[in-house]
Design a protein around this ligand. Structure first.
Ligand code: NAI
Length: 712
């Protein structure tokens, strides 16, 4: 639909007001939201829209209204920085504003050109008609902050779209394109979806003209649509929500919309929102949201420091990690040269990358065309000189200092000046690696997690000499390829694995005291972890840790043995890969079964040591595991290995399956209260001795507890 002039403010008096622009176009008033960067529906914008509506109502020449956005955003929703302040509820609040829009006697058409999320979508739902550009994204992402839409979204959307689809949109927070919505049977959400090349506003103005003079139908007066199976959707999304409250509340509200009148449903929605917004889960999820933003700011590095340009990446080593690392860049359209020593290793690496992409094609998540485009960005090589054009090179060869030395010595010879040189090492000293080059300022760690093309976490390891702009480059690039980058200092295990070590110790201590692997896993999974420590070990393979322990025993014969884990490995029970570990696995199955062999192994241990077996509540198991993380996290913070407590939490949320709605080990400890955490930790470690002295919680933890301060 074209042919209508693009409306511009006709004279200065019609121009800007607060955060909106008002203009008229042949009997149609156009209210344009113009509050960069995302048209957040803060108080100023709400007032601007309300004024626009008043003005349109008062002008007899105006017979219909179009409301639209700018800069790629209809509106991204509520202004989250106003949360908890008076501005969030100041009149008109969003629900009032939407009702005013909906009550307009002159028809209102929403012209959605770009993102309409949360409150932004709810605003569009209050209009009487909607026009969108095909790639515009709509969604109700509130659930990601532990909330539900609070301005009528759960009640109006089922009146315009199949309620089963609505349930999924509300409970997962996942966005849809307008084009995809338009294909849903019976949908009334969009009257028209225009091609991306066309302008939405003229189409909306044209529609407004055709409906001018008619009595608008309010969305809230419509009947809910008939639709798909809500129970089936509910089962699926609730399994995925694993204990998070908001998805279930959202689902219930969609059901309510189908069974009660609008006003009753809206009241239920408002009550649910008020309850969730003051709840623990939403507090944790909002904290996590801000933690991600905070992690990108590095104290002492000026915001003006620019990243170095990265247009080509080199990867050394096409093994488990190198292949996955390369995929991240290919996915983002960044060409990669991947280097191996031998042709067969190179062929294997390439075949694995192609197989991973093919699996996505088979699942319908990638087109065959995109697969080829991505593979086309990949250059296999066995010549170091081919890395001369790379702006950043990541090494992912064997975890062996001698091999790293060979690689970095060669990289120093071939890399162009200013190229960033990164190591994916998980245990070696990044400062030592930097010394293999004549340009230690250009070296740092980029520690990806396996599978590297899937896992969000990226620990960016800052060496003693790493230049500021090199650090900024790694953070920026991580963000560009969709990772969650977190800065860590150099130490054994950096942030995540160093803490994981203590978490495993706590899990083993529970076994020695009488708990079973299943009991431990069940408790921590009930807390919301994706997987308990023993299932996790069965997945990763117990042989790696055993090899490390055997080396340590050889180096230090006095080291206390990890009797239970050692015996398990001596039996060849390495986990899923050997069909048995902490659990039994039926052939070809990944489903863990409680093992009598492990039960007997534990009984033998208790018999040998005359264990006075303890009973553990789920709560105690959770606290023993989580506070072990908190304690080591506090040491890491005190040593300056992590820049802030929220970075530590982010590592656990993005890389270790800690439930996001619990905020992370540091946030969780704050919520419990640090004096209680300290007291519990002392109890858990009663009788433990370190360097001849009784075990003590992290000094920082004790200090903050005494001061009445928090970690985060
Ligand atoms: P891998 O053994 O699967 O792959 C290493 C690859 O490097 C092999 O394909 C090998 O042929 C190649 N290679 C060895 N020397 C080379 C050289 N001089 N030049 C070029 N290529 C060479 O090992 P993986 O698991 O990929 O680990 C690589 C690095 O990533 C290690 O530093 C490891 O500590 C680290 N890492 C591993 C994680 C994991 O879960 N596997 C997680 C995070 C880091």
């Amino acid at each position: 639909m074209t042919g209508t002039a693009h409306p511009q403010p006709h004279n200065p008096q019609e121009g800007t007001h607060m955060s909106t622009e008002y203009s008229t176009d042949g009997g149609v008033a156009v209210i344009r939201m113009a509050k960069p960067p995302v048209n957040g529906l803060g108080h100023a914008l709400r007032v601007g829209i309300a004024d626009g509506l008043d003005r349109a109502a008062a002008d007899d020449a105006v017979r219909a209204v179009v409301i639209t956005g700018s800069g790629g955003f209809f509106s991204a929703g509520a202004d989250i920085t106003e949360f908890g302040s008076d501005k969030a509820t100041a009149s008109p609040n969003l629900s009032e504003l939407i009702r005013r829009l909906e009550d307009s006697p002159k028809p209102v058409v929403a012209a959605v050109d770009g993102t309409a999320f949360g409150g932004g979508l709810e605003l569009a739902l209050g209009a009487h008609h909607r026009v969108a550009s095909a790639s515009s994204k709509i969604g109700l992402p509130e659930v990601k902050l532990g909330l539900i839409p609070g301005a009528g979204g759960t009640q109006r959307l089922p009146r315009l779209l199949d309620p089963a689809v609505v349930a999924e949109i509300v409970a997962t927070g996942a966005p849809r394109t307008a084009a995809a919505v338009a294909r849903i049977d019976g949908q009334l959400l969009f009257d028209t979806v225009v091609d991306d090349s066309a302008d939405v506003v003229p189409a909306a103005v044209a529609l407004a003209r055709t409906v001018a003079g008619t009595t608008p139908v309010r969305t809230r007066d419509r009947d809910p649509l008939a639709g798909g199976d809500l129970d089936a959707v509910g089962g699926k999304v609730l399994r995925r929500a694993r204990g998070q409250e908001a998805p279930a509340v959202g689902l219930d509200l969609v059901r309510t919309a189908l069974t009660t009148g609008f006003d009753e449903g809206k009241a239920a929605e408002s009550a649910a929102f008020a309850r969730l917004v003051t709840g623990e889960q939403s507090a944790a999820l909002r904290y996590a949201f801000f933690a991600e933003r905070a992690a990108r700011k590095i104290p002492g590095i000026d915001a003006a420091v620019q990243p170095r340009a990265v247009e080509r990446v080199g990867v050394v080593g096409a093994g488990t990690m190198g292949g996955g690392i390369a995929m991240n860049f290919l996915n983002a359209g960044i060409p990669v040269t991947i280097l191996e020593m031998a042709q067969d290793a190179l062929d294997r690496g390439l075949a694995t990358i192609r197989r991973n992409y093919q699996a996505q094609v088979d699942k319908g998540k990638l087109t065959a065309q995109k697969l080829e485009r991505r593979m086309g960005l990949l250059t296999p090589s066995m010549q170091y000189s081919d890395l001369g054009g790379a702006d950043l090179i990541i090494e992912a060869v064997f975890e062996d200092m001698e091999v790293k030395k060979q690689v970095f010595t060669r990289l120093d010879e071939v890399a162009k000046p200013g190229a960033v040189l990164a190591s994916n090492t998980s245990t070696l000293d990044v400062d030592a690696i930097a010394q293999f080059t004549d340009r230690p300022a250009d070296v740092l760690g980029m520690h990806f997690f396996s599978p590297a093309n899937v896992m969000a976490l990226l620990e960016v390891v800052r060496g003693e000499k790493t230049a500021d702009d090199v650090l900024v480059t790694a953070l920026d690039l991580g963000k560009r390829v969709g990772k969650t980058p977190v800065v860590a200092g150099v130490c054994d295990g950096f942030i995540g694995n160093r803490m994981l070590h203590k978490y495993r110790d706590a899990a083993m201590a529970l076994l020695r005291a009488g708990a079973t692997p299943h009991q431990v896993d069940k408790a921590i999974e009930g807390f919301g972890f994706a997987m308990g420590p023993f299932r996790m070990q069965d997945l990763a393979g117990g042989d790696i840790g055993w090899a490390v322990r055997k080396r340590q025993y050889a180096e230090n014969p006095d080291l206390p043995r990890d009797e239970i884990a050692d015996e398990l490995c001596e039996m060849g029970r390495y986990g899923q890969k050997t069909g048995a570990g902490w659990y039994d696995y039926e052939s070809g199955s990944r489903a863990p079964k409680i093992s009598t062999v492990v039960h007997e192994l534990l009984e033998r241990f208790h018999h040998r040591h005359g264990t006075d077996k303890q009973e553990f509540s789920d709560e105690e198991i959770v606290q023993r595991l989580v506070f072990a993380l908190t304690d080591e996290g506090a040491r890491i913070l005190d040593e300056g290995i992590a820049l802030r407590a929220s970075d530590i939490d982010l590592v656990y949320l993005a890389g270790y399956g800690f439930p996001r709605y619990r905020g992370g080990p540091m946030f969780y400890a704050d919520r419990v209260g640090l004096p209680e955490v300290v007291e519990k930790l002392r109890g858990f470690h009663a009788g433990d001795v370190v360097d001849g002295k009784p075990w003590e919680p992290a000094a920082l933890l004790v200090r903050r507890a005494q001061e009445g301060a928090s970690l985060t």
